[in-house]
Structures are given as C-alpha cells and as structure tokens.
Design a protein around this ligand. Structure first.
Ligand SMILES: [Zn+2]
Length: 401
C-alpha cells in the first residue's frame, strides 16, 4: 500500500471575495481531485487547534499527526532544522524575514510595504544576511540564511526569552507602530538592520532594476526545539516530504522522514509542479510508503490577492501533480490511498490565514465509495457532515488499514 498526501497550502477560501461570491476551489477545473472526491470520503477538518494562530506550522504538524499542544513552540525551530541549524533545547530560534519598509525617518512610523521584498532571491538575501551577521552578531546571537526572504535568528541559551510578534504578511500596507516586538533587544536589531540595509549595494542595485529593496529584517515566530517521535515510530511507515519551504522540510527532518529536494520548487505559481510529481514517483519507487507532497502556491496567491492565479494553482496541482502521480500508482496495480487537503484557508479577501475547518478528501483505489460529492469545495465538503475535530487524528484515520 502506498499513501500520498497532497497538501495544497491555503487552498480553501471564503465566498466574499473577488470572484463573484465563488471560491477558487469552486471555479478551478480539477478533474482528478474531483474524481478522488466522488469515489472517496469527503468531509471537513479542523486543522488549527483552539488557542493556536492559524499558521502553516501548526496546521501541517497536525495533518502529519503531531499534536501541536505537545510538539509546537514556534515556527522558526521547525525551519531551523531544515536550514541545518543545530539547536539546543535552550536556544530560541526566530524567523527573520527580510522585508520592505517605507522610508519615514522614524522607524516606528514606517509601513510594511512587502513581507518578502519582491521575492528576493536566495543569493541576494544570503549577501544581506551574512552582512548582518558580520555587523550585528554577538556571542549568543547569530543570523542564518534560509530561502528567499525566510531566514533565521538564533539566541543561544535564551529559554524563556521567546516573544510574541506579528507575522509581517499579516500587516501588509499597515503602519508597523503597534506591531513592533516588545522585546527591546529584538526591536533594536530591527532598527539597526534598516540603517545597515537601506543603502547596501544589493539594494541599490535592486532599486535600479525597479525591485523593492530588502531594507529591514522582521523578527517573529520564535520558539525552542521540541523533541518529536519519528514518523515511522508513530505510524509504522517510511515517509518522505516534498516541499519548497523550509517549514515542511524541517518538520520532515525532525520526524526523520526523507526530505526530497526538487529543482525549481519555488513556493509560488511558477514552481516546478512536474518536478514534484516526478520526485514523488521516484520516492515511491525507492520503497517509501508515504509521500507528503506540499504545494505552497495557492497560499501565496491568497496572500497576494491574485484570484486568477489561485484558481490556476489548483488546476496545475490537479493537472501536473495529481494526474501524474495517480497514473503511476494506477500502473503498479497495488492498492493506494490519496489524501487531499489544504492546511488552512487563505481567503483572498483577507490576504491571510484563518482557522476555519477546511475540506479534505481521502480516496482508496481498491475501496472506492460513492461520496455523492461531484466536485469538492468548501460547501460540498461541509454538506457531507463528516467532520474531524482533532486535526492531528487525520493521519491515523488516513493510514489505518
Ligand atoms: Zn501563508
């Protein structure tokens, strides 16, 4: 038996949006997803437990079968594992975005123009992060380069020093005044980063090219490392993750799953969809039982208010990933199961995540059922009345014989 989890980040949406009260799931042409829905189990699942913010961290941990109450302390420690940072249990890791802020003299009066500095490349970002490390690091404080705009700040032996801070993608176009971290040391770092980065040659070049400068860091998502049981010890299966983002790769590493690298996986609509399908097929052929294939694109389109791209992202997942992997699995004549779901909704109208339950589909090749659902979306999934209240129980439900 093989198992495919197709995690479509941020796919679910609200009706009140730019698409005449329809959702991207309703408008996307997705024959393969809908085939699985028609012949499988369809319902809704609460992936974000009460008391948690609706992040991809908490939601993906739950879908992978890990109760965030036990295994979550912040987003960054999960990403740090992917970057290859060895954290001790007393270190505090924080997400360090490089962002674009407006150019008022008073730092606290600036506006969050862009949480990703125009999708800065990893190569450019690496120069900036290394520059900050050179200028701002201290014995117990270090910067590490991640991917694109997503980097890491580690405070050594700082247990108890984790702090609340707002994700920058939640405050787009807003003044940062009331969202600045209360932690004085962190705030000071952010202010100093602006002075160091605003006229950095990398940024001067970006401005010349008409790109937004990466002129400040923004620190959030802090926490310490939690010990997690391996996926194999929990579910008895060899698992692998395929994703463009450090968060998912980090969870994979911490749970001792195989982490597959895919060339051209960007986390956006231009990602290498076929490459991800090929990686899944290759991994299955190598004997892996379960592949957790994560696609970030619908979420990014939600954050960017790109309605048509969000629809297209769902269609590309269906056409270039699901159809291909499913055709391979069919060709083996072995039984297999496919679970399709978002981690959370990223409604276009809000440009950020929400905690509402999301649709899920579980399909089994040699145990087809008639769900009565012709096309899965937020409404048809809710209508089945099948509801999973504890998100972290979905994995056991999926892999049970
Ligand atoms: Zn998101």
């Amino acid at each position: 038996m093989k198992y495919l989890v197709l995690l479509c980040d941020g796919m679910a949406d609200y009706h009140k949006g730019p698409l005449n009260d329809k959702t991207p799931m309703q408008l996307a042409h997705k024959p393969n997803i809908d085939f699985c829905a028609a012949h499988g189990e369809v319902g809704t699942i609460k992936t974000v437990a009460d008391g948690f913010k609706p992040g991809s961290d908490v939601a993906n941990l739950a879908v992978m079968g890990y109760n965030p109450e036990l295994y979550y302390s912040g987003r960054s420690p999960l990403e740090a594992a992917s970057i290859g940072i060895e954290l001790s249990s007393t270190d505090i890791a924080s997400r360090c975005n490089i962002v674009t802020l407006s150019d008022e003299d008073d730092y606290s009066q600036k506006t969050m123009i862009d949480y990703c500095a125009d999708d800065i490349s990893t190569a450019e970002a690496d120069v900036l992060i290394k520059f900050l490390e050179e200028k701002l690091s201290e014995e117990d404080l270090h910067f590490y380069t991640g991917v694109s705009y997503r980097h890491c700040l580690v405070l050594k032996n700082a247990l108890g020093g984790s702090f609340e801070a707002t994700p920058p993608h939640d405050i787009l176009d807003r003044k940062i005044t009331e969202y600045l971290p209360e932690n004085k040391r962190i705030l000071e770092l952010m202010k100093k980063s602006y002075e160091l980065l605003k006229d950095h040659p990398v940024n001067l070049m970006r401005i010349e090219k008409g790109l937004r400068p990466a002129n400040s860091i923004w620190i959030w998502g802090s926490g310490n490392k939690k010990e997690m049981p391996s996926f194999k010890s929990k579910f008895g299966l060899d698992g692998a993750v395929i994703s463009a983002v450090d968060l998912i790769k980090g969870i994979g590493k911490l749970t001792e799953m195989k982490v597959c690298e895919v060339e051209g996986a960007t986390g956006y609509i231009d990602t290498n969809f076929e490459g991800k399908a090929d990686a899944a097929i290759k991994t299955f052929k190598e004997g892996t039982d379960l592949v957790y294939l994560h696609v970030e694109a619908p979420d990014e389109c939600g954050h960017r208010f790109e309605a048509q791209n969000k629809i297209r992202a769902i269609e590309l997942i269906d056409e270039k990933i699901l159809s291909k992997v499913k055709a391979y699995l069919d060709s083996t004549n072995d039984n297999y199961k496919i679970m399709i779901l978002p981690d959370h909704a990223t409604p276009l109208c809000l440009k950020t995540h929400v905690s509402d339950p999301v649709p899920f589909v579980i399909y089994e090749k040699y145990n087809e059922i008639d769900s009565g659902v012709k096309s899965v979306n937020e409404d048809t999934a809710a209508e089945t009345k099948i509801y999973v209240n504890e998100g972290y129980e979905i994995m056991s439900r999926f892999v049970k014989k």
